[in-house]
Design a protein around this ligand. Structure first.
Ligand code: GLU
Length: 427
């Protein structure tokens, strides 16, 4: 049997193919040579399954889609404080190549506009790196996101370098504000990074690495930490689609970044990375058919980030009472899935409402996948309070999803793999 996903993607591609509106970017002369009819869509899941149709193996220059990755590297290499001191996180509402600086500090408003990205480029790698080493850190890291070695499209680099007067002007003003150290090096390195060749397939995997909390789905390598991913995806959400961010968030609802060569990436946390490629751009600078493809995928596949099932409802699998062998009774709360604040709240409120009469209370975690930090603290506090009410508390935790269950005040619940005497145990 064949998966239905490539068939579905081919159908969506076919439906969007006819739209020939928009125009290929020509302010970088080499980009004007792109075949405007090229069209691709690729999906990569956090498990590393890649589905790609159309011109998904055609290389094109990454352009501004490099910006979120440059930002992630700067945050990783220099830390949040140093980066935030130089680049803000506010949407500019202006074109990507405007000099959008914050009044007072002179910081570029965000890392997704050129002024911001020129700055974050200079914060990649450790302070002492020379220009070649800094570029190599950027190229190597973007390659690790893609899962293969990326190379520079020298024709695009030369073409943009000959015409990058505006970026040079931005960099010189940033130098005057003491934001970038060497404006020529910043423009050269940033332009080279923008000239790295990628395919739609590469971009889907790069986006999926963000969706997978910083771990490349195919290589399993951790490239950036969860705190960095959260920051980058937040800024992509508010500033990623040039000055059309509001429209994008309300319709497609996926943290995204587009570039003037016609690519778009979207990273849906915990689920997938998506990439489209179609060179004709709309008035905002976003790929016309790329936006249409993403709209359609989001709608058909329920990908809007504000459209999530309530996980709390499914956390409590069962509450039941059993007789234990030694003539005692136990109340078993069987949990399942991923437990976060609202799931833990549901457990706590159920226990409080039921006020179990049994002398033993069992939290059965055998079917729990993960417990986040706040839920862990709440469940341990529940254990402490139950112990304070003279209840014996037992955790069924074969996978150690709640390791080292120290509830405080010297309270440690018994931890077992299976509960003796539970006829349903584990079912
Ligand atoms: N290298 C391009 C520039 O700085 C990137 C622009 C873009 O993709 O938005 O003009």
């Amino acid at each position: 049997m064949r998966s239905m996903i490539p068939d579905y993607l081919a159908e969506v591609l076919h439906d969007c193919a006819a739209d020939a509106s928009g125009a290929v970017a020509d302010y970088i002369p080499e980009l004007a040579r792109a075949d405007p009819d090229q069209l691709a869509v690729a999906l990569a899941t956090v498990d590393g399954h890649v589905y790609a149709v159309g011109d998904h193996d055609v290389p094109f220059s990454i352009q501004s889609i490099s910006k979120p990755f440059a930002y992630a590297l700067a945050l990783t290499d220099h830390g949040f404080d140093a980066v935030l001191a130089k680049v803000g996180v506010e949407p500019s509402g202006e074109a990507f190549n405007e000099l959008s600086l914050e009044s007072g500090t002179g910081r570029p408003l965000n890392p997704m506009i050129n002024a911001g990205a020129l700055t974050t480029y200079t914060l990649i790698g450790s302070v002492g790196l020379d220009d070649d080493e800094r570029f190599e850190r950027a190229r190597g890291a973007l390659s690790a996101f893609a899962g293969r070695e990326l190379v520079v499209d020298e024709a695009v680099y030369a073409s943009e370098s000959q015409t990058s007067f505006r970026n040079r002007a931005l960099a010189y003003i940033l130098r005057a504000q003491d934001i970038v150290p060497d404006p020529d090096a910043a423009v050269a390195g940033y332009t080279r990074m923008c000239s790295l060749q990628v395919t739609a397939r590469d971009l889907a995997l790069m986006a999926a690495t963000f969706a997978n909390n910083g771990i490349q789905p195919l290589t399993g390598e951790r490239l950036v930490g969860p705190d960095v991913v959260r920051q980058v995806l937040s800024v992509m959400t508010t500033c990623g689609m040039y000055d059309a961010a509001g429209d994008w968030v309300s319709t497609v609802g996926i943290p995204a970044k587009s570039g003037v060569s016609g690519g778009i990436i979207g990273a849906l946390p915990g689920q997938l990375g998506v990439a489209t490629f179609s060179p004709r751009l709309d008035a905002h600078g976003n790929s016309v058919r790329g936006v249409e493809l993403c709209n359609r995928l989001s709608r058909d596949m329920g990908l809007h980030m504000m459209e999530v099932p309530p996980p709390a409802r499914s956390v409590m699998r069962a509450s039941r009472s059993i007789d234990l062998p030694e003539g005692r009774a136990a109340r078993i709360y069987a949990l399942q899935g991923v437990v976060t604040f609202t799931g833990a709240e549901r457990v706590v409120s159920t226990v409080v409402a039921e006020d179990p009469w049994e002398d033993t209370v069992v939290l059965d975690l055998a079917r729990v996948h993960t417990i986040n930090d706040v839920a862990r603290r709440m469940l341990l506090e529940l254990v402490r309070r139950l112990a304070g009410d003279d209840r014996r508390v037992v955790l069924v935790d074969p996978e150690e999803v709640l390791p080292d269950p120290d509830a405080g005040d010297g309270v440690r619940p018994e931890v077992v793999q299976v509960l003796d005497g539970d006829p349903v145990g584990g079912a």
